[in-house]
Design a protein around this ligand. Structure first.
Ligand SMILES: [Zn+2]
Ligand SMILES: [Zn+2]
Length: 258
């Protein structure tokens, strides 16, 4: 049996009526990670090492701020993250600054010779290096890392239960599919965790469920558009009142929609 700490959230989410049980799991993980970041993580040296190094992505910095909780903790986390990142940036620049300074006086001829020799100038080498550093910083996030790690465990558990527990197999097949983001995660997981026969069985069931439900949601949105047509204005809304929100979530996964 797979670890209980992962099976309970999986079965709980699959018991809900929703467009994507994996979104429910991810939203819960995100909520817990945000709380932890502003709470206990402050006192954990390992967490501080990670937040100093990785910081947070734009979405999670925004959420940490908008929670308007534990402002001192958040400020302390940002303070040491900035100290580490500032040191990284200034070191990268200082290592190259004298060569860059020399190239400020590069003549047109030197520039052409370099170009002909396809030789990179020190400034160009620095550019490539610093863009990579910034790219890493932009895409690193302590909370995303945590969510991705646990979501991978959840996928493993889902695939395990699917083939080992007939009740879960029936439950999974009775759902409305998942969102596009988590469809990809399930497909990648099936590559990673299943043998070839079970891959085929799982993909056949998952994809037919997904196609049917993507059509259903498109029809819901389509009915929503029809309700703006005077010929349908007295018709019932059917299941389309929240079709915009549900279809956006079906396309992109967890999203804070109003
Ligand atoms: Zn989802
Ligand atoms: Zn993030």
């Amino acid at each position: 049996m797979k670890e209980k700490i992962y099976t309970i959230p999986v079965t709980e989410a699959f018991q809900q009526d929703c467009e994507c049980p994996l979104c429910l799991m991810e939203e819960k993980l995100e909520e817990e990670a945000l709380e932890y970041t502003l709470g206990a993580s402050m006192m954990e040296p390992d967490s501080r090492i990670e937040t100093n190094k990785n910081g947070f992505c734009q979405k999670h910095f925004t959420k940490l701020n908008n929670l308007q909780k534990n402002r001192l903790s958040l400020a302390l986390i940002i303070d040491t993250h900035l100290i580490e990142q500032n040191a990284r940036l200034s070191k990268a620049y200082e290592n190259n600054s004298s060569l860059i300074a020399k190239e400020c006086d590069l003549s047109l001829g030197d520039g052409l010779v370099n170009k002909l020799k396809r030789k990179k100038t020190a400034t160009q080498e620095f550019l490539a290096e610093i863009v990579q550093v910034l790219d890493e910083l932009e895409h690193s996030c302590t909370i995303c890392n945590k969510i991705n790690f646990t979501m991978d465990k959840f996928i493993d558990v889902i695939l395990y239960l699917y083939f080992k527990e007939p009740e879960f197999f029936r439950l999974f097949n009775s759902k409305k599919g998942v969102c596009i983001k988590h469809l990809k995660l399930l497909l990648l997981g099936c590559q990673k965790y299943l043998d070839t026969k079970n891959q085929a069985i799982f993909i056949r069931n998952l994809m037919s469920q997904q196609v049917t439900n993507m059509q259903r949601i498109q029809e819901d949105v389509n009915w929503f558009t029809k309700k703006f047509d005077y010929r349908f204005k007295d018709e019932p809304w059917k299941n389309s009142k929240d079709a915009i929100q549900r279809s956006i979530k079906k396309l992109v996964g967890p999203a804070d929609l109003q």
